[in-house]
Design a protein around this ligand. Structure first.
Ligand SMILES: Nc1ncnc2c1ncn2[C@@H]1O[C@H](COP(=O)(O)OP(=O)(O)O)[C@@H](O)[C@H]1O
Ligand SMILES: [Mg+2]
Length: 282
């Protein structure tokens, strides 16, 4: 469990960048942080891996304040993908890059070698390739793989899909979804609201260093005041749902109005048609 208790943070002693931020992330959750540039999302992520310490309040990882944990202890708990993957790529081959975390923790043993082999196979990497000669999408995948290989219980991903094309984005999100399905707690900053709607279970919306909405994804994506405060647009399906309810409040509790994906919307429409053809009113 990751807990933020009334956390404030700043980069210098002047204006706080985060102001009184509180939330709890349960094990196994998939949380997306959304908000405009400068809202404080990356700062919140940095507080989770101890790169930054709070100026007030506490950040606790499994009940222990980050101020009491060594960097190596935090690294074993929280895998961290930087907003720019090139900030974390530093080795001459893909294989060395994937072994880097194990070497840094003094655990480059047979288990580590086996994990690296499995990841190279899963991602389809060329083990001897030079990381900086790979294209942007593959470098992003390598940075993600170098986190996943360590099998930390929490992964914090700062904009994992920014700058990727549609196919690369789908591949990265598919891998993150698999990781989550296997029990890893995923915390992700994401600007792509369609990706957020498709993958996250919960959304925390931030603006000007504060949390302005926190709840199940669909609920936040249909919260007009949260969307206005964060200058975000809901994905198309929740937008249609909102429009349906606004046109006819009687629809508020129907499956059609709750649909979060195209499939759910089609299912709801089909069920409604079926009910109407049987003479029922849905
Ligand atoms: N290293 C830094 N030094 C000083 N100010 C910073 C630094 N990083 C971010 N900031 C400031 O903190 C605020 C929040 O930034 P950030 O957490 O990166 O927002 P987001 O990720 O939501 O775009 C911004 O005003 C930004 O200019
Ligand atoms: Mg950021």
């Amino acid at each position: 469990m990751i807990e933020f208790k009334a956390v404030s943070a700043s980069y210098d002693d002047e204006m706080p960048v985060l102001k009184d931020v509180s939330f709890t992330i349960d094990d196994g959750d998939f949380v997306a942080f959304v908000g405009t540039n400068g809202a404080g999302k990356s700062t919140t992520m940095r507080l989770m891996n101890g790169l930054l310490k709070p100026t007030a309040g506490e950040v606790l990882i499994d009940g222990v304040p980050t101020t009491q944990l060594k960097t190596s202890q935090l690294a074993a708990q929280v895998g961290f993908l930087f907003q720019n993957p090139d900030r974390q790529i530093c080795c001459n081959t893909v294989r060395d890059e994937l072994l880097f975390g194990f070497r840094a923790q003094g655990r480059a043993d047979a288990h580590a070698e086996a994990r690296v082999d499995a990841i190279i196979e899963q991602f389809g990497f060329d083990a001897d390739a030079e990381p900086f000669l790979l294209n942007r999408g593959t470098r992003q995948l390598l940075a993600l793989a170098s986190i996943i290989v360590m099998e930390t219980p929490y992964v914090v991903l700062d904009e994992p899909t920014t700058g990727l094309d549609f196919r690369e984005c789908a591949k990265v999100m598919d891998i993150i979804a698999q990781l989550h399905a296997h029990g890893t707690t995923v915390i992700m900053v994401c600007h792509d609201m369609e990706v957020v709607g498709d993958y996250a279970q919960r959304v925390i919306a931030m603006t000007a260093g504060r949390v302005v909405a926190d709840g199940p994804t669909f609920q936040v994506l249909c919260d007009r005041s949260a969307l206005d405060a964060t200058h975000l647009l809901a994905p198309q399906i929740p937008q249609i749902s909102m429009a349906l309810v606004e046109n006819d409040p009687a629809r508020a509790d129907t499956a059609l109005a709750r649909a979060n994906t195209v499939d759910e919307m089609l299912d709801a429409l089909q069920a409604q048609e079926g009910a109407m053809s049987c003479g029922e009113v849905s």
